[in-house]
Design a protein around this ligand. Structure first.
Ligand code: NAD
Length: 474
């Protein structure tokens, strides 16, 4: 167990301990919430080429206060027990914050996925799933994995297929894993979900006139400047949606090959196309290049919103003093270290914490699980009924006014919601509601000065209520 990884779990505990006194919950209950309920470590053999490789893997179920437990599976060489425990704990709090009725879990397989062929990865994934089935650690009402670093829809499809092969009688088998391809019992909108949720969280933050006044900002998203680190799944969707729906101007982007800065604004769709064509964001027309060795300096440029969407611990006590952003939107998991965060909060920077802000993925995973259990896609029952109702309404308006509604307006009004519309609307509702639940905690406790502590307080109280219903706490 390395010191670095110990510190990740310890840092989650530190945040928990900082928030715990504000909850007033009994110490035994707090201890029960803090600990990991089950830690399963496994080693299994897989034939790779002419050799047999023994693979180390984990599944941690942090809290059973709600079932099933839920959390991604990470494929990385850095996977170890403490990292998986920390990530599982964060899942518990994340689900509570966005009112997704799951306990927290996480899985990890200690491999570098880019070293293996798809065929070998399939064997590893299926064998890992078999171990989970054998130990009753997967199932739609037990524990439901999802993608994480190094895994995606392809791996989830293999997990589903393996589960189905062993549990053919389980009518809800499709709900054993989420993040599946849309055509294999997945849900529309899952791919963009985290980035879209990040945008909704940022928008809600910027809409609070009182909070913005303290930061010297006008309320609203329009014309605000943003810098993004990491143009992967989360960073690219955060960028495109912030630009298209919020009128936010992206002025800087950091990636592995370097960073670019363009104060007049970067069209993020065009940049994504440019990177696909040239293999790099560098030399984007009109932008200043920042070479690879200094790429992290993009975090220190002046902007309204800084979005770290790549790695953990990119803002620490080393560079926190030089950060000029007014709002830091933690799209990645753990981008701001605890000491770095303390410096930023003292400086008056507003940090929207990861536990809330990147919860869009698990929220839409919840919708996928519900879709799987209902055996029906969203909108099937009501879409046509709504269309007919709206059509009647348009005709009524035409009869009353004596004027025809033009075709464009008619098409806009009579459209019934598709699955993607319902998923987006459910995600928006979830993020906005959760934002205000956390903000209410901040308002109620003058001694809480940061949104992360408030988010922990909100989460601990909700989980406590669930445990209280068991009737064993006074
Ligand atoms: P990803 O692999 O798709 O994207 C990460 C991007 O960061 C890549 O484009 C990579 O090239 C870039 N990058 C790596 N090192 C960098 C560096 N030093 N400087 C600049 N860019 C760098 O991963 P993702 O799914 O977008 O996840 C990003 C973060 O968001 C992670 O912390 C992840 O745990 C978190 N997260 C992701 C999801 C999700 O649904 N994908 C959900 C919750 C949290």
């Amino acid at each position: 167990m390395s010191e670095k990884i110990m510190s990740f779990f310890a840092s989650v505990e530190q945040n928990f301990n900082q928030a715990a006194p504000f909850t007033g919950q009994p110490s035994g209950l707090l201890e029960q919430i803090r600990v990991c309920n089950s830690v399963f470590r496994m080693n299994f053999p897989v034939k790779i080429g002419d050799e047999v490789r023994v693979i180390e893997a984990y599944r941690v179920q942090h809290s059973h206060h709600r079932l099933p437990t839920k959390g991604g599976i990470r494929y990385s060489n850095h996977v170890n027990q403490d990292e998986v425990m920390a990530l599982a704990a964060l899942m518990t709090y994340k689900c509570a914050i966005v009112n997704v009725p799951f306990g927290g879990a996480k899985g990890g397989v200690k491999i570098n996925p880019w070293e293996f062929t798809p065929d070998q990865l399939e064997r590893i994934t299926r064998r890992y799933t078999f171990e989970l089935i054998k130990h009753n650690m997967i199932g739609p009402s037990i524990d439901v994995p999802a993608p994480d670093y190094g895994t995606g829809a392809r791996e989830m499809a293999w997990i589903y297929d393996t589960y189905r092969a062993f549990k053919g009688n389980d009518i809800d088998a499709a709900g054993c894993v989420t993040g599946k391809p849309v055509h294999q019992n997945g849900v529309n909108g899952r791919e963009e979900a985290t980035g879209r949720g990040v945008y909704y969280g940022i928008r809600e933050c910027l809409n609070q006139a009182d909070d913005m006044k303290k930061l010297g900002l006008t309320p609203g998203t329009e014309g605000k400047t943003m810098i993004i680190q990491g143009l992967g799944n989360v960073g690219s969707f955060t960028g495109t949606i912030s630009q298209d729906e919020g009128g936010i101007k992206i002025i800087g982007v950091g990636e592995v090959e370097g960073a670019i800065y363009k104060p007049s604004g970067i069209d993020i769709h065009d940049l994504l196309r440019f990177r696909k064509e040239t293999g790099s964001i560098l030399n984007y027309p009109g932008a200043t290049n920042i070479p690879r060795e200094q790429r992290d300096s993009i975090l220190e440029y002046e902007c309204d919103i800084l979005v770290p969407a790549a790695l953990e611990s990119v803002i620490t006590r080393e560079n926190a003093d030089r950060i000029k952003a007014k709002v830091i939107a933690e799209a990645a998991n753990g981008p701001v270290s605890a000491p770095g965060g303390e410096i930023l909060v003292k400086k008056g920077v507003f940090i929207i914490p990861d536990m809330f802000l990147n919860a869009g993925g698990v929220t839409v995973s919840y919708f996928e699980w519900l879709k799987n259990l209902s055996h029906m896609h969203f909108g099937r029952m009501e879409k046509r009924f709504n269309q007919n109702q709206f059509q009647n309404l348009v005709e009524l308006i035409e009869n009353i006014t004596g004027k025809p509604v033009n075709e464009k307006e008619r098409a806009l009004i009579v459209r019934g919601a598709d699955e993607i519309d319902l998923v987006r609307s459910g995600l928006e509702e979830t993020m906005v509601t959760a934002y205000h639940e956390i903000r209410d905690v901040m308002m109620a406790h003058p001694d809480i000065h940061d949104m992360r502590t408030a988010a922990f307080v909100a989460a601990i109280n909700k989980i406590s209520n669930d445990y209280m219903s068991l009737g064993i706490w006074p």
